[in-house]
Design a protein around this ligand. Structure first.
Ligand code: AMP
Ligand code: MN
Ligand code: MN
Ligand code: MN
Length: 287
């Protein structure tokens, strides 16, 4: 690649991780696309949690508006006692192996949601599951974010972040253990579907230095190729830390708002910082 094309590639306003009502976003898939266009996004991936049900309509709306669109998903994984998110980009979202895998991951959510409801009832918060369900537009995808919205709507807590701090984060009364997909399985489904696997918002994981190194060892050994360096969930220091990881590990770099909705996200669609110029954007492989 000549320096000129590398500069042009970096200048593309790519946002490669966000959510719709198909998981725990506030906007319908088409509304996400329209907002992205209004915000100047030039390359968008919709990456709902464990679900690809919004991709057809999102792609259709994107095509009608002339926005380049990438099919994506964010898969929940258990690793070293922590939940890790692996984003898949450029997937064939009709691939049978991927669909079976995602169905498995989703199947545990319902029973987990019941246990979260019970755990909250044990500390005096009753009918939380019923309340969370009212916020979950996709009944197969009840997320902690939906519980959090219900607790805010019921006046118990001022905002979603505070609900997590008091009730839903690990170690808090409404947190329940759950076994998500294995790392190698998630990366394998993404690759089988022709996609690129990306470690999402790595700074958010409470892993020891050794476990973080093991995460990247195993991710790369399984065929993972990229890391979110710029994320709506990263501070500037965290961005620099994972830029170093991308360099040391030879990983492609992604840029992503992780937008869920206007009042819940630190960064709006397409409003992320640029990638450090020496890193190779993951979208070099997507356009
Ligand atoms: P789940 O997949 O059901 O465990 O829910 C995880 C989702 O909850 C994430 O994708 C975020 O949307 C949301 N979430 C997790 N931690 C927080 C937090 N500290 N503040 C706000 N939202 C959070
Ligand atoms: Mn979410
Ligand atoms: Mn995530
Ligand atoms: Mn996300």
């Amino acid at each position: 690649m000549t320096p000129t094309t590398a500069v042009a590639l970096h200048a593309i306003n790519a946002d490669l991780h966000c959510h719709s009502t198909v998981s725990d976003g506030w906007l319908e898939p088409g509304e996400v696309v329209r907002r992205a266009v209004a915000n100047g996004v030039e390359l968008l991936a919709l990456t709902d949690h464990d679900e690809v049900g919004g991709l057809d309509i999102a792609a259709e709306v994107a095509a009608s508006l002339g926005l380049r669109f990438v099919s994506g998903v964010e898969i929940s994984v258990s690793f070293a006692g922590e939940t890790i998110h692996i984003v898949g980009l450029g997937i064939d979202h009709r691939h049978p192996g991927l669909l079976v895998g995602l169905e498995q991951v989703r199947s545990g959510r319902d029973e987990r949601a019941t246990r979260i409801g019970e755990a909250l009832a044990a500390v005096g918060i009753h009918d939380a599951l019923q309340g969370a369900r009212r916020f979950a537009r996709n009944p197969a995808l009840v997320s902690r974010a939906h519980f959090a919205r219900h607790l805010v709507a019921s006046g118990l807590m001022p905002d979603v972040k505070t609900v997590f701090e008091h009730y839903l984060a690990r170690g808090k009364p409404g947190f329940v253990e759950h076994e998500w997909a294995a790392l190698e399985d998630a990366v394998g489904w993404i690759r089988a579907a022709g996609g690129i696997a990306v470690v999402a918002h790595p700074a958010r994981y409470r892993l020891s230095t050794a476990d973080m190194a093991r995460l990247f060892d195993r991710f790369i050994a399984a065929g993972g190729e990229a890391v979110e360096v710029v994320s709506g969930a990263h501070s500037d220091d965290e961005m620099r830390r994972f830029a170093t990881v991308a360099r040391q590990r030879g990983l492609l770099a992604s840029r992503a708002s992780d937008f869920h909705g206007e009042n819940e996200s630190a960064v709006d669609l397409g409003r992320c910082n640029p990638l450090p110029p020496d890193l190779t954007p993951v979208w070099s492989r997507l356009i």
